[in-house]
Design a protein around this ligand. Structure first.
Ligand code: ARG
Length: 467
């Protein structure tokens, strides 16, 4: 790279031939993307090598040129990996930086690489290659989180806790059942990402700037070499749309939404008012003023970061909404939200997989909470229905019993037989089976129910599906 390039802004831009003066330094900084898109460097090299090999097969460039390009790229990869590659703002973006270095290393062969290609199809290809790897990395973290959830769910398939609606005690459930609900959410997230990956995995190269190219190219060959499932069918669409990235951000926002719900629960459960769980110390922090504090910072931060990821989805939607076909520079703005979304997900999921594995459960506290709030009231109503009372009447009778229990300051299940019989003559001595937490759990014995044996079966199925 000549010294000249480094000093004056834009003195040798790749496209400077038709310009009378260089752009100002501020404009150069404003329009350049290299500070963030250098992350795409290795994918850019991969895409370029596949393109060059195809050009050689199709006899658009010579074998000698190809060899020079391959050798130059080997050096560039080594420089990238050792941190020795010199980035320059004057070269605007990752693509032109690499091309400039290649030309310095390989001479005219380097200048021929851009035949039958544009940065428009190049950048779209790079982002797709990068995102495909990112989706695979996120999926691996989701699997790790799944494993932690299944392990904990299996251990607590019979641990009773209050199930809530409106955050009021509703009916007893098992902690394992509660955890398996999150398993289901993250399983759908994996499906969504896998589905999105299919649309990410299409090759834009060959679209060139927007209309295709007059050279005799073989797009399928490039697609195959890069592991794409096929080519983008329309050149205008190939260079301009970023719906695959938007779709990914939507799936990512849902992953974080699920993480955020779990976080909210962890925070509540850790509060002494609940006291259901403890998180290992390495996931908590203290207070600089209150010596007694142990704060669930990780779930709180994850809840906070969910807003940021949802914001990235909005950013990409707004980025796309008024763009005419085909490529517009607006699209350069797709990268930072996309990168940050991936970084946030990978970090959050990795930490959660470890944190969930380390959750310690206070089963006695969960049980005590389930014994407050008349959690088995519905079971009593169902019991009366089975003895012939219409459900609405049963509901009314039990509601009156609950009021009486409240008045006495005890739970419904603590009322005696004679007391219960005052609310319905249908109550018999067998009533206490259904009023116990275990009786209530065991009775929900159907697909999707909270009976411990169903939870065990669900966890077993889930574990098998992971393999
Ligand atoms: N840095 C650009 C981007 O991220 C590359 C494509 C530039 N294309 C162009 N015609 N200026 O979108």
């Amino acid at each position: 790279m000549s010294k000249n390039t480094q000093k004056k802004p834009n003195s040798r831009a790749a496209w400077s031939g038709r310009f009378a003066e260089p752009v100002s330094e501020r404009v150069q900084r404003y329009t350049a993307s290299v500070t963030f898109d250098k992350r795409l460097a290795e994918h850019d090299v991969r895409g370029s090598l596949a393109h060059a090999r195809m050009l050689a097969v199709c006899k658009v460039i010579s074998k000698t040129d190809l060899a020079a390009i391959e050798a130059g790229m080997r050096t560039i990869l080594a420089e990238l990996r050792s941190g020795k590659f010199k980035w320059s703002l004057a070269s605007e973006d990752v693509h032109l930086n690499i091309e400039r270095r290649l030309t310095a290393l390989a001479g005219d062969a380097g200048k021929r690489l851009h035949t039958a290609r544009s940065r428009n199809d190049q950048v779209a290809t790079d982002v797709r290659l990068w995102l495909r790897d990112a989706i695979d990395a996120i999926d691996a973290q989701l699997v790790a989180l799944h494993k932690s959830l299944i392990d904990l769910a299996e251990r607590h398939a019979g641990t009773v806790m209050p199930g809530f609606t409106h955050l009021q005690v509703a009916q007893p459930v098992t902690f394992g059942h509660h955890l398996m609900a999150y398993f289901e959410m993250f399983a759908r997230d994996r499906e969504r990402l896998a589905d999105c990956r299919k649309r990410v995995n299409r090759l834009p190269l060959g679209a060139a700037a927007l209309a295709g190219t007059s050279y005799p190219i073989d797009r399928d060959l490039v697609a195959k070499e890069l592991g794409f499932d096929g080519v983008c069918a329309n050149s205008l669409d190939a260079v301009s749309d970023r719906d695959f990235a938007i779709e990914f951000c939507a799936a990512a926002a849902l992953v974080m939404t699920h993480i955020s719900r779990l976080s909210e629960e962890l925070v509540l459960w850790m509060s002494p008012r609940y006291g259901f769980i403890r998180l290992p110390d390495r996931f908590c922090t203290g207070s600089s003023i209150m010596p007694q504090k142990k704060n669930p910072d990780v779930p709180e931060l994850a809840r906070g970061k969910t807003g940021r990821v949802a914001g990235h989805l909005m950013a990409l939607l707004m980025l796309m909404k008024a763009q005419p076909l085909a490529y517009n520079k607006d699209n350069q703005e797709d990268k930072e939200p996309l990168f940050d979304t991936v970084d946030t997900l990978v970090d959050t999921l990795a930490i959660f997989a470890e944190m969930v594995a380390g959750i310690e459960v206070d089963t006695a506290a969960m049980r005590a909470a389930a014994l407050e709030g008349h959690a088995t009231a519905t079971d009593l109503a169902d019991y009366l229905v089975k003895k012939g009372l219409p459900f609405r009447d049963a509901h009314e009778a039990v509601a009156r019993a609950v009021r009486a229990a409240d008045k006495r300051g005890c739970d419904l299940a603590a009322l005696g037989l004679a007391e219960l019989q005052q609310f319905s003559p249908l109550v018999g001595a067998d009533v206490f089976e259904v009023l116990t937490l275990e009786g209530s759990l065991a009775s929900r014995d159907h697909a999707g129910g909270t009976a411990p044996k169903r939870v065990r079966a669900a966890a077993k199925r889930a574990r098998k599906a992971l393999k």
